[in-house]
Ligand binder design. Structure first.
Ligand SMILES: *[C@@H]1O[C@H](CO)[C@@H](O)[C@H](O)[C@H]1NC(C)=O
Ligand SMILES: *[C@@H]1O[C@H](CO)[C@@H](O)[C@H](O)[C@H]1NC(C)=O
Length: 413
């Protein structure tokens, strides 16, 4: 498995500077929480001027920084002049269907965490109905009686909200002035008292509200790290097993792509071809791949089985009975769901005391939000407090994400 040994020297642990002072101070700082999230909208196709604003505001201490993604790719706000970031809001000038249609998400980040907003879709619709000027003639309105313009929205979009603008986008009619009323049921524009200067071209502007996606895409990073408790056992064991089993495929790929193995595979293919035919080659090569998969699978599942019967059988006894050992879980603040874990065991080498980090595992749904750094930090703080000089950990070279994290946290190879 090609284990590597990673070391960190706590005495020279200039962690603050290594992380740019990016350490969340519990009780003082707080992670971002959305106050405003973007909503989906339909932009009238054919409008050459104009702009779209997607809202994003988050409460956070220290203040959050914002990034945007379209279809999962980062929006290059600084690079393209048609984008502007106003506070957290993304403004797109002169939006065009070919470039700007897509699913947008806002990311709010501070040193305590990151949150991802719901997805808001920008779609381009046909130009809203332009009513001929004679569709409404000047008329005398009596108290409570007025005129109205029908919006005739496109029927295939659900849950529209309606606004009207007069002559030019985006000079929206403000219903607040009392003379106007826009029905959010039909989209119709009602005018209580028509005046001669109301003559003009009226446009109905429709917006889709797709609140449905809110729940599934909202990821809150309000996590607490705490000591393991007995009632966490089931979740922790399942997190552990799944985390280890995830390594099966990467290790099969690793094994199959080594030069020796590639040579062997090629040799088998040629032998099979010479002995039988193309089918013979296929049978031998897939038999070989199957064998590699079987071995890797066995190796990891046996590792899991072995650990479930030893240290993970009684986590409290294995990791929490000595004052210098520890086992922590990270749980989501709202639901109290355990989504990550880490353990440390104190070791001795002559007079030197150091900690060994074990069982780092993060639920797949919570990766890439800085949880790994936080769990590692918990261990580093703990070991430092107890006067240990370094923390070591073993990892396999196929765990590239883990290695990148540990390097970022100051571990040396
Ligand atoms: C985003 O994906 C949609 C649907 O696949 C596509 O129509 C649109 O052009 C994409 N937008 C961008 C900016 O990549
Ligand atoms: C239209 O005329 C009324 C008075 O008749 C005035 O109060 C209002 O401001 C005018 N509106 C515009 C857009 O000029």
């Amino acid at each position: 498995m090609g284990s590597l040994l990673w070391l960190i020297s706590l005495s020279s642990l200039a962690l603050k500077s290594a992380l740019g002072g990016d350490v969340c101070v519990s009780g003082h700082d707080s992670g971002p929480v959305f106050e405003e999230q973007p909503t989906s909208l339909v932009y009238p196709e054919g409008l050459s001027q104009g702009k779209v604003t997607l809202s994003c505001q988050a409460r956070a201490s220290p203040a959050a920084t914002y990034r945007w993604r379209v279809n999962g790719t980062e929006v290059q706000v600084g690079m393209e002049s048609r984008y502007a970031l106003v506070a957290g809001n993304l403004v797109i000038n002169s939006p065009q269907p070919a470039r700007d249609a897509g699913s947008y998400q806002c990311l709010a980040v501070n040193r305590c965490g990151a949150i991802v907003s719901r997805a808001a879709n920008i779609k381009f619709g046909c130009e809203p109905p332009r009513l001929p000027p004679d569709a409404r003639s000047p008329q005398t309105a009596y108290e409570g009686v007025g005129t109205f313009l029908a919006c005739q929205p496109p029927t295939h979009y659900p849950a529209l909200s309606y606004r009207w603008f007069l002559n030019e986008f985006p000079s929206f009619i403000q219903p607040e002035d009392g003379r106007w009323f826009v029905s959010q049921v039909t989209g119709n524009l009602y005018l209580a008292k028509a005046e001669p200067n109301d003559t003009g071209s009226y446009f109905c502007f429709t917006t889709i509200n797709m609140e449905i996606s809110t729940k599934s895409t909202f990821k809150s990073m309000h996590l607490t790290t705490r000591r393991y408790q007995d009632h966490d056992k089931e979740t922790v064991l399942s997190l552990f097993s799944h985390g280890i089993e995830e390594h099966i495929w990467p290790s099969v790929q690793n094994a199959m792509s080594s030069p020796l193995s590639l040579g062997f595979t090629l040799g088998l293919g040629i032998t099979g071809y010479l002995l039988a035919s193309g089918l013979g080659a296929l049978v031998l090569v897939s038999g070989w791949a199957g064998l590699v998969y079987y071995c890797c699978h066995k190796l990891y599942t046996e590792f899991v089985r072995d650990k479930l019967q030893t240290d993970m059988q009684d986590i409290v006894a294995s990791y929490m009975s000595q004052p210098d050992d520890g086992f922590w879980v990270a749980e989501t603040a709202g639901e109290g769901k355990v989504v990550g874990m880490v353990a440390v065991v104190a070791k001795k080498n002559g007079a030197e005391r150091y900690g060994e980090l074990f069982r780092m595992n993060i639920s797949p749904s919570m990766r890439r939000v800085g949880l790994g750094s936080r769990l590692t930090q918990t261990v580093l703080d703990f070991c430092k407090q107890r006067g240990m000089t370094k923390v070591v950990l073993e990892t396999s070279s196929s765990q590239t994400a883990g290695i990148a994290l540990y390097q970022k946290m100051g571990f040396k190879h």
